[in-house]
Design a protein around this ligand. Structure first.
Ligand code: LCS
Length: 393
């Protein structure tokens, strides 16, 4: 089925155009490592690209392919590259686009390991990187050097919930031939389409909203052009960061309900944010859907909704946050986000513990920051859980 001119919700269910030889209504799991050639010439033709078909699962597989085509359509890109994890996607992109002597400018509060791997590994190979508050366009401009090759943005950022103006950043990068990569994990294509705003590459930890059920780890990269797709695909194949067919099957199943999950989660998050903002024990709260968010206007312009991620600080600081996390019953005290279940975590001691205290403070990841991923449960129960836990703070 060709869904090119159909709506987003139809694409979620059908995009990719997979057609099964037996008419299976869902994409089957081709759980195989390798594919038989009809004869020696067929094998040689496949390797030389003279014939189309599958060779080996690290290079390509029908189940993985179906997912790659589906997400590429959702992001309005050329093609997807599915990876073993979100970090597999991040590393495939870094590896493909950067070499010794190059420089990358990145959001200062990106997911901890997306920064950590640059500073502790790529630096050994002569790749430089700078981390700035990309929500301030002047800081982005000032950080660009003659050897800057990649502008890597995460918006909303993890866990500070600051937004970066993708269109404005892209305009600056285009003049200088810099490739713009956006980690769209926190929004998913349901809320934000970075390629439509001018970015060149979009990536995800599909572990989060896209799969949505906290039952697999995975990643995906979507490029705007065949050239970028070819460069990154080659890196993925050589690094071996490919997804597994069973993982792809799970994500294909998960993504079909992306809209209905995210609609419900956002409806809940708006109520939770209103509740928290008025609570006397809350010091500050960042949710793009609150008029108090410093980039409320940008959120309305760049995103089609405000999502279900909230970060907040308690007046009692770190100790109060710890008591809150130990007192909730419904919210699960766990890292990750974007699933059907409500999760709560403490970035300074968990997801961003790998960064130095100075790096965390410079990125506004304070010791008291609590991150809340609102799920699709009844909002009455989510708020009642917070109410009883905050009473203990
Ligand atoms: N990008 C973002 C924005 C993320 O939040 C994560 C994981 C990754 C990339 C890496 O994806 P993974 O390899 O885990 O699939 N974020 C996590 C988090 O905030 N808590 O636990 C994992």
């Amino acid at each position: 089925m060709n869904t090119t001119n159909m709506d987003f919700n139809t694409k979620l269910v059908h995009a990719g155009g997979y057609e099964d030889q037996f008419g299976s209504a869902t994409v089957p799991i081709y759980q195989t490592s390798t594919f038989a050639f009809k004869n020696a010439q067929h094998g040689a033709d496949l390797f030389a690209g003279r014939d189309k078909g599958y060779i080996y699962t690290r290079i390509g597989n029908p189940t993985i392919d179906a997912l790659e085509r589906n997400i590429a359509e959702l992001e309005n890109g050329y093609r997807g590259i599915a990876t073993a994890s979100g970090m597999g996607a991040v590393n495939s992109v870094y590896f493909a686009l950067l070499k010794a002597g190059d420089h990358m400018v990145s959001t200062n509060s990106v997911y901890g390991p997306s920064r950590g791997v640059m500073e502790s590994f790529y630096a050994n190979f002569g790749v430089e990187s700078s981390y700035v508050d990309t929500s301030d366009i002047e800081k982005v401009k000032a950080a660009i050097k003659p050897n800057t090759k990649v502008l890597y943005l995460e918006t909303p950022s993890n866990p500070t919930m600051l937004l970066t103006d993708i269109e404005a950043c892209t305009a600056i990068a285009k003049e200088k031939g810099i490739v713009v990569v956006v980690d769209n994990t926190f929004s998913s294509p349901f809320l934000q389409k970075p390629l439509d705003l001018g970015a060149d590459v979009v990536l995800h930890s599909v572990t989060k909203f896209i799969n949505g059920h906290a039952d697999i780890v995975g990643g995906i990269i979507v490029s705007k052009t065949p050239e970028l797709d070819a460069r990154i695909r080659k890196a993925m194949i050589m690094l071996g960061t490919n997804m597994d067919p069973h993982q792809a099957f799970m994500v294909i199943r998960g993504v079909k309900t992306l809209s209905i999950r995210q609609e419900r989660a956002e409806e809940n998050a708006r109520k939770v944010a209103d509740y928290l903002e008025k609570h006397p024990k809350i010091d500050w709260i960042k949710y793009p859907g609150l008029a108090s968010h410093p980039q409320f206007e940008l959120a309305k312009k760049q995103m089609s909704g405000f999502g279900s991620m909230i970060s907040f600080g308690l007046k009692g600081g770190f100790e109060a946050g710890k008591t809150l996390m130990d007192s909730v019953h419904l919210a699960i005290l766990a890292v990750s986000l974007g699933g059907v279940e409500t999760l709560i975590q403490h970035p300074a001691s968990m997801t961003h513990a790998g960064l130095s205290k100075e790096a965390r403070e410079a990125a506004d990841i304070t010791d008291g920051l609590v991150r809340f991923s609102v799920g699709i449960e009844s909002v009455n129960d989510i708020i009642a859980d917070l109410e009883q836990a905050l009473a203990k703070v």
